[in-house]
Ligand binder design. Sequence first.
Ligand SMILES: [Zn+2]
Ligand SMILES: [Zn+2]
Length: 351
Amino acid sequence: MNRTMKAITVYGPNDMRLERVAMRPLKDDEVLVKVEWTGICATDIAIYTGNSSFVKSGEIKYPCRIGHEWSGTVEETGSAVKNFKKGDRVITDNGVSCGECEMCRSGRRFECTDIRSVGTINCWDGCYAEYMYMPECHTYHISDNVSLEHAALAEPLSIALGAVKKYDITENSTVAVIGTGAIALGAAALAGIKRARNVIVIGRKDFKLNAALQCGATHVINSTKEDAVRRVREITGSRGADLVIESSGGADTVNEAMNIAAKRGTVAMPAFYERTLDGFAVDTLVSKELTVKGVMGEFGLVPEAASYLAKGLPVDGMITQRIELEDVPEFFAHAHETGGTRIKAMVRINK
Ligand SMILES: [Zn+2]
Ligand SMILES: [Zn+2]
């Protein structure tokens, strides 16, 4: 019974290998899941190149079995598993709690002090692999009307949801999103499904802005052609945006976010900047009485994100490529050249 599977491991900067690896025995409380779809994330690429700040800080160590955005079907269940059976379509949390610390033992597993993040920090083996192991308590059924491909977007959508939840959106709200990556478009889609009156996406590439319209944006602004601050004022009758989500990670766009926000508005920041900021428009923050909130994505939001997929969240527009597991090393080797043509690339793992 020495089984093996195909899996991708990053051994060091720009050293990725697709190999056959040994499969360990399944624990009593675990499900073994056949991976169907994996999403390629900028974080995966940053681990691959070594540019990730978590690689530099030593929090992500090589060799690393990357990949944290995925869906699959249950292949086997441990003897103590109650709620899953072979063939069930599932997604999981993006972290695995230890089960042994004080928080875990008091039933607060999302506050675990020794979380292993899937495919990243304190790495739980990731999903560029034919199979994933996952404790039952971090595994969730997918609603019948959600495809496995869309279900693999639940993890990045959970980060977008963390940003959208920083403000209580109503039918009078204007939400502006700066950036056109998967988290930005996911945030636009979530703001739309929460019935915000205006969902404005600001970016620099027309094809990504068209994708934003498919994901539910009511207005898009190409900031290389138009003054975003002026356009937002026009759209909102000079009020500005109640919630601005700055997801582009640019130093200039932080000030743009402050300028776009309405008086007493909220600016949510789910991007990393990898530097300190000079020229921050602090008086704009003070005089407009803005609330600025950092967003790391909350451990535990994946099932809530998936519930929006079940309600028909429009996410098709963000999928720009589909490749197979064998193509992944080549894709990563060229990822820096193809970033401009990509929003979310998906990997079909098991055919
Ligand atoms: Zn990701
Ligand atoms: Zn724990």
